[in-house]
Design a protein around this ligand. Structure first.
Ligand code: SF4
Length: 480
């Protein structure tokens, strides 16, 4: 049995982003940040797409190990299978070379030899996917199996479900043999660099930088960024990450150290003012203009909260991959609200659009915390009759209001939810202490305590949306 590997596909890709991240991941995993539930769900979705793509080449032998302890056993099984030429299609074929172990999604033998296929659950091919493919190509060919081609399979974003799921149209294939072949020598060099990192006695002294977020947000930010102060220039969202780090590396670490404000964009000046004065600051001209434009629509508003879920595979007719079907919709105001729950069915999506149409007819303005979910939902349903332009006229999101009026506060980060926004605006209520609802809780609540529980949590959303909107719009002198 060959010796245990040092690197895998994921640790190699991690090393390309940051050698310190590789070191910490392998040697100090306890320092890792906790993953938010949405991120965990995102990682899981890749597996399902990979399994579905196997049907492009049906009847293969599956070499997936049941646990990491079986990697070497299944690697030997893969080698035997290829040597004996018993089967022409292998799923999760395992190879090892130069201390790197990889699992290839689909390996196929044709008359001209072996062809490799790697499945990506995304809608396009990124540079990282090419590097990942190059590593697999390096390991497979280095282990002694010549490949005739290497192909990436990914999800076709234009596919619309009509009738039965057609996996040949659901997936797109791109032959990247030339690209990965050209990357062989750099791949080998990068493997050696990663192996050298793992031989170090302590983590490499790599400072924080833009690489902490590219290509992925690193999961050691909590550890490496702990010295970054709350008033650091690195938190200025109106500047690009590159510009923030340029200031930081020049020794301008705190927002209050920035001089020459006149040279900066108005948005950045406002954001700096919000940090220095520790209060909400907005472009008051823009805010008054927006409020003016909204005046007529404020006669009969309704507040709503929409929860959607990401559906990688289209299930409902006329939907695209990665659509966002509705799960729950709550609407009303402080006194009275209605909760509606939706299944992932054609009937329920029609019901959802009918209800939204009725709300549009009955109310002058539909107000929510963030319109992004609604836009995502519409994008996945190309037959929906509401255009983005129409939504912008009839709906308003608090997040969009904040962006349009260049509103800043040190705690108003891009992922601040409505409870945080409401708190910043000064909404006072015992309800603010409620943890807001996330999708994964809904099924648990329904099964354990029924719809009443869901209803009360959705009402908490409506409360925050209504209270925050009132402060934004109806108290024009609040922010100065
Ligand atoms: S937070 Fe930044 S410096 Fe630290 S390990 Fe991650 S990428 Fe490297």
């Amino acid at each position: 049995m060959s010796k245990k590997h040092l690197l895998s596909k994921s640790t190699y890709i991690r090393s390309l982003q940051c050698q310190k991240s590789l070191y910490l991941h392998v040697k100090r995993p306890f320092l890792r940040d906790k993953l938010p539930p949405e991120q965990i769900a995102k990682f899981r979705r890749g597996t399902n797409i990979g399994v579905i793509a196997r049907d492009l080449f049906p009847g293969g032998v599956n070499m997936s190990p049941r646990s990491p302890s079986q990697y070497q056993k299944m690697r030997e099984e893969t080698a035997k299978l290829i040597e004996n030429q018993q089967d022409n299609i292998v799923y999760e074929a395992i190879f090892q070379h130069n201390d790197v172990l990889i699992m290839l999604d689909i390996l196929v033998k044709n008359d001209d030899g072996w062809h490799a296929f790697e499945v990506k659950s995304s809608l396009s091919i990124s540079e990282t996917y090419l590097q990942d493919a190059a590593l697999q190509y390096y390991v497979i060919t280095g282990s002694g199996l010549p490949l005739q081609s290497f192909t990436l399979i990914y999800v076709n974003e234009e596919y619309v479900l009509e009738g039965e799921l057609d996996i040949h149209r659901l997936f797109t294939m791109k032959d990247v043999s030339n690209e990965v072949d050209a990357m062989l020598s750099i791949t080998k060099k990068q493997i050696e660099e990663a192996k050298a990192t793992l031989r170090l006695q302590s983590s490499p002294p790599i400072p924080i930088g833009t690489h902490c977020y590219h290509p992925y947000p690193c999961d050691f930010i909590g550890h490496c960024w702990k010295h970054v102060t709350d008033d650091s220039v690195l938190h200025l969202q109106s500047l690009t990450l590159e510009t923030r780090f340029n200031l930081y590396y020049k020794g301008i670490e705190r927002v209050s150290q920035i001089n020459d404000l006149d040279d900066l964009e108005t948005e950045t000046q406002l954001e700096i003012q919000s940090f220095v004065q520790e209060r909400i600051v907005s472009d008051e001209q823009k805010r008054f203009k927006l409020i003016d434009e909204m005046q007529e629509k404020l006669s009969k508003p309704v507040y709503f909260k929409l929860l959607t879920k990401e559906a990688a595979l289209p299930v409902i007719p006329f939907t695209r991959p990665y659509s966002f079907p509705p799960v729950a919709l709550s609407y009303g105001d402080n006194r009275h609200s209605v909760l509606l729950l939706f299944e992932e069915t054609e009937q329920d999506i029609h019901r959802f659009f009918n209800i939204v149409s009725k709300l549009i007819d009955e109310f002058s303005l539909l107000i929510t915390d963030d319109l992004t979910d609604l836009y995502k939902l519409l994008n996945g349903f190309p037959k929906a009759e509401f255009t983005d332009q129409f939504i912008a006229q009839k709906f308003i999101g608090i997040r969009q209001f904040i962006e349009e009026t260049s509103m800043f506060h040190p705690q108003l980060t891009q992922d601040a939810d409505i409870s945080i926004i409401a708190g910043i605006l000064g909404v006072k209520s015992r309800k603010l202490t409620h943890p807001l609802y996330i999708l994964k809780d809904i099924e648990n609540d329904i099964s354990s305590q029924g719809q009443a529980k869901v209803s009360s949590k959705m009402e908490a959303y409506l409360y925050h949306i209504q209270a925050a909107f009132d402060l934004l719009v109806r108290q024009p002198t609040l922010f100065g």
